[in-house]
Design a binder for this molecule. Structure first.
Ligand code: FE
Length: 212
């Protein structure tokens, strides 16, 4: 029988992006690692977005989104601001000033990024937990010449290293997306989190975490 070694999947490389959309006058954005160009003529990109993300629902309703490509100059607070809370209960853009609007009216992030791409959905593919949006590029522009941040770069150089503390704090890692729950930096020990707590990034349940 064939085996699936999940660590083999970690050898794939990914960029990191702020995915933004707008519905009913409200802006929202989240962090994804799944944007890529699929065709050149016409220029098309794909994004796979978790259905539990509020931004996902906005894209389904409007067929429009922006991608801001995160660069190596990005600070950790960009990731915590857009990645660690849900737009369902917070207005992530109200407290964020490093944005501009593209011609489609949607926001893009101007700091810690090197380009933005606006796209209009042509095809939607239901992938279970995620929806794959295939979209035509309507506008795209460089923001800086800084290099793009890969997922690997983020973990090695942007995400703060866990502080070495003399405690029995444990480090839990999401087997799906690599999100790290470091008890020494959290108010609540992992095992005390509610049963319906989900990974801030990939929304998978607590059971998909393992001790580091
Ligand atoms: Fe996860």
């Amino acid at each position: 029988m064939s085996t699936v070694n999940k660590t083999a999947m970690f050898t794939l490389s990914y960029g990191l992006f702020v995915l933004s959309a707008q519905f009913d006058g409200k802006d929202n954005a989240c962090i994804i690692n799944t944007a890529q160009m699929v065709t050149d003529s016409p220029m098309r990109i794909t994004v796979a977005v978790n259905k539990q993300n509020y931004t996902h629902d906005m894209i389904v309703k409007t067929g429009k989104f922006n991608i801001s490509v995160i660069s190596q100059k990005a600070q950790f607070d960009l990731f915590s601001h857009f990645g660690f809370s849900s737009g369902r209960d917070t207005d992530k853009l109200a407290s964020f000033s490093d944005i501009q609007r593209s011609e489609n009216g949607l926001v893009y992030v101007t700091k810690g990024t090197n380009a933005f791409i606006s796209a209009e959905v042509e095809t939607t593919l239901d992938c279970g937990t995620h929806t794959l949006f295939i979209a035509k590029v309507s506008e795209a522009e460089k923001i800086s010449d800084d290099e793009s941040a890969t997922y690997d770069y983020y973990f090695k150089h942007i995400k703060p290293a866990p502080e070495k503390k003399q405690t029995d704090a444990k480090v839990w890692v999401c087997k799906i997306c690599g999100y790290v729950y470091d008890e020494s930096k959290e108010a609540v020990p992992f095992e005390d989190l509610p049963d319906d707590w989900t990974c801030p990034w990939c929304k998978h349940p607590k059971s998909d975490f393992e001790l580091k």
